[in-house]
Design a protein around this ligand. Structure first.
Ligand SMILES: NCc1[nH]cc(CCC(=O)O)c1CC(=O)O
Length: 309
């Protein structure tokens, strides 16, 4: 058992802090420890500092994790709490994802002003989103809609909505719930027609490989079905060499010992989309995901990724 204070590294955004607090609460409950047994260490990342352009242009997913992973490797922190969705598939040497908390709802939420539902927006309405997957899925469903890059925290986005800069925006239901903001949602988009990003809704915990005391601390808060779903979704992403420039959706549901996966890749304009299904035992989660990735890649053909991946 760990006797020292366990240092929990996190970004400083409201969502990141909520996730770090949730992780601490789970650890306190699992080990009957007081809050003082943990220290939350806030680390600023390049992803937090770059606000002027889409992150896919600035260098992609690793931007939210680099400085935190350096702190983990230096021993300044013992664990790092992340949104799984923001985690690259390849981690730095010496680090691993050692626990996943029970997944929140995976769906995207629409926050509409001109209409409550995405499908009911007027012709050529402007919707804000900086996610390539959401942009492509919106265009697939509503080719007339003008999707504009829309970054910033939830408060900034709501102000832009109130100012009428856009008719609506999309955010993950999970994040809004963690921020106690589910009340602003006007529509929850079904995962069948608006599939979530791999990892959406799941908090993951990264630690040093071989840090036995920390790994033992984390074991009781790991949620096995979430870990299995994530093994599948991350293998799917890895098989597609998923970068921030490729719109990729993927969601694995776990029912007992069985896993059901749906994946989709799209062109950024949403005109071309390829879907793939997989099912099998949870024990084969990673190979089911990797195989689905290979199959959808073959379906799309080699030309699909040219020019924008
Ligand atoms: N890229 C930012 C990010 N990373 C994880 C979430 C939401 C929480 C989650 O998916 O667990 C968000 C915000 C959003 O997409 O609305």
């Amino acid at each position: 058992m760990q006797t020292d204070v366990l240092k929990i590294g996190t970004r400083g955004s409201a969502l990141a802090l909520a996730q770090a607090h949730e992780t601490r609460a789970r650890l306190m409950a699992a080990h009957a420890l007081p809050q003082e047994a943990f220290e939350i260490v806030v680390i600023s990342t390049s992803g937090d500092r770059i606000q002027d352009r889409p992150l896919s242009e600035a260098g992609g997913k690793g931007l939210f994790t680099k400085e935190i992973e350096e702190a983990l490797l230096d021993g300044r922190i013992d664990i790092a709490v992340h949104s799984s969705k923001d985690m690259p598939t390849a981690l730095p040497e010496g680090l691993e994802l050692s626990a996943f908390l029970e997944r929140e709802d995976v769906r995207d939420a629409f926050i509409g002003r001109a209409a409550a539902k995405l499908a009911d927006l007027p012709e050529r309405a402007v919707v804000g989103s900086s996610s390539l997957r959401r942009q492509a899925l919106i265009r697939r469903l509503r080719p007339d809609i003008d999707v504009v890059v829309f970054r910033g925290n939830v408060q900034t986005r709501l102000r832009k909505l109130d100012e009428g800069q856009v008719a609506g925006t999309l955010l993950a239901n999970a994040g809004l719930r963690r921020l106690d903001l589910a009340n602003i949602i006007t529509e929850l988009l079904p995962a069948e027609t608006f599939p979530p990003a791999p990892g959406q809704g799941a908090i993951c915990i990264e630690s040093r490989i071989g840090d036995a005391a920390t790994t033992a601390m984390l074991a009781p808060i790991n949620h096995l079905p979430t870990a299995q779903a994530l093994a599948c979704e991350r293998a799917f992403l890895a098989a597609l060499d998923g970068s921030c420039r490729t719109p990729i959706a993927g969601y694995a549901r776990i029912e007992g010992k069985n896993l059901y996966f749906n994946g989709m890749i799209l062109t950024p304009d949403g005109r071309e989309a390829h879907e793939v299904d997989a099912s099998g035992p949870t024990s084969e989660a990673a190979s089911l995901g990797a195989d689905a990735g290979e199959r959808v890649r073959a379906k799309a053909g080699t030309g699909f990724f040219d020019g924008w991946s």
